[in-house]
Design a protein around this ligand. Structure first.
Ligand code: ATP
Ligand code: MG
Ligand code: MG
Length: 393
């Protein structure tokens, strides 16, 4: 039996391992953490740093093909593995997605074929550039200063209203390479999952509408009518164009903003992309006949990519560490008996021991035959669990 490998041992790796195992593959996970969610369920767990040459050599030796689930995996590690093994996505595209400056340059370069642009922005890498922006780019305020690298879940971002705040924010972020983005009046956010094979075959899911609370995904709405049809079509076509322009292989998630631009449906703006399955696509496990992880396995292993079909309306609720913490910060188990007594509830827990505020511990997907019944159950479950985003369901 062939073995498929993954760099990174988080929950995305864990769900990848589950999908690979269902198809009869052995799996190998490289992650330094002995208790990593994916390492715990994999046949092989290479417990070492992502850039350890011996660990990478062992992974290459074990595996027929290798993927990544960890956004900030050193692109160099993928390059090393690619010398001897099929690696998807490749080091070059992962490198682009890891750097907001390169990412936005890519979005801009393919704006003609994707039909979408990013929010107005500028790059701040040096004190001289900062001075120039302070003097000349008041048009980008109020804005968000984002580190070019390593940010996720809203970390590495500061919202700034004035030039004074901008100067202070750049210092606060350590004077590293950043982008300053204009704050847009969002009416909604959505994301699109695309899978592309070695041969260029592309399939995609319909866009899901996402609600963020404090910069972290809280709720995903995935059903017919979750957004205006014209925007749904445009965002899906844009994501496919972006993947094709990159020559991408694997699963790619592209995030979009919907802004009020005075038009009937609003305008579409591309935000960022993740070179892997995405939290907003977890509903595909329970609501579609092929999940984002199934497609990741197919793409990297060179199997045909089935066009996925969604068979149920779905809402996904993210379960962060706070759900496990009582008022005094003690860990307690939520009332799963109650939650699982509701129809169409699918509980996914990632096997993480320590509950911390904002830590992704699991998710709950609610499926049903129609939107209304799914919303009714989702509201009840979210209320019982004390989840945010309830008003948006
Ligand atoms: P992720 O965990 O999705 O990788 P991230 O830390 O990379 O998140 P972004 O996606 O850039 O961060 O921003 C997080 C959230 O902040 C967005 O989903 C959106 O709600 C808000 N946001 C970011 N940029 C803007 C903007 N230019 N205008 C308005 N809101 C924004
Ligand atoms: Mg991001
Ligand atoms: Mg994001």
């Amino acid at each position: 039996r062939a073995t498929l490998g993954v760099l990174g041992g988080g929950q995305l790796g864990r769900m990848f391992v589950h999908a690979a195992q269902r198809l009869g593959y052995f799996t190998a996970v490289l992650d330094p953490d002995a208790q990593s969610p994916a390492g715990l369920v994999s046949h092989h767990h290479i417990q070492t740093a992502y850039d350890d040459p011996a660990g990478l050599a062992q992974l290459a030796q074990l595996c027929q093909a290798i993927t990544t689930e960890f956004e900030n995996v050193p692109a160099q590690a993928l390059q090393t593995l690619a010398q001897t093994r099929a690696v998807a996505p490749g080091a070059a595209v992962v490198g682009i997605a890891q750097n907001r400056i390169e990412e936005k340059a890519h979005f801009t370069a393919c704006a003609d074929i994707s039909g979408v642009t990013c929010a107005p922005y500028t790059v701040i890498e040096t004190p001289a550039q900062l001075q120039d922006v302070l003097a000349n780019r008041a048009d980008l305020l109020p804005g968000i200063l984002k580190t070019a690298r390593m940010g996720y879940d809203g970390k590495g971002q500061v919202r700034v209203k004035t030039v004074e705040e901008l100067g202070a924010a750049w210092a606060e972020l350590g004077g590293v390479a950043c982008v300053l983005e204009k704050m847009l009046p969002l009416t909604a956010e959505c994301s699109v999952l695309v899978a592309r094979g070695w041969d260029g075959q592309v399939v995609s899911f319909a866009p899901q509408r996402n609600v963020h609370v404090d910069g972290i995904l809280a709720v995903t709405h995935a059903y017919e009518g979750n957004m205006p049809p014209a925007l749904a079509t445009r965002s899906r076509e844009a994501a496919v164009a972006i993947a094709q322009h990159l020559g991408y292989v694997g699963v790619l998630c592209v995030e979009f903003f919907v802004v009020d631009d005075g038009s009937a449906h609003g305008g579409l703006v591309v935000n960022e992309m993740a070179p892997r399955p995405h939290n907003s696509g977890h509903y595909t496990l329970d609501a579609c006949d092929a999940s984002q992880f199934d497609l990741q396995v197919h793409a990297m292993a060179g199997l045909p990519l089935p066009q996925p079909r969604q068979h149920s309306a779905a809402i996904m609720l993210n379960l962060l560490g706070e759900v496990w913490l009582d008022a005094s910060g003690q860990r307690r188990e939520p009332d799963w008996q109650a939650v699982l007594s509701l129809p169409g509830t699918h509980l996914h827990l990632y096997g993480k021991e320590h509950a911390r505020i904002g830590r992704k511990m699991g998710h709950l997907t609610i499926t049903g035959p129609d939107v209304d019944s799914v919303k009714t159950v989702a509201r009840r479950a979210a209320g019982w669990l004390g989840l945010p985003g309830l008003n948006d369901i």
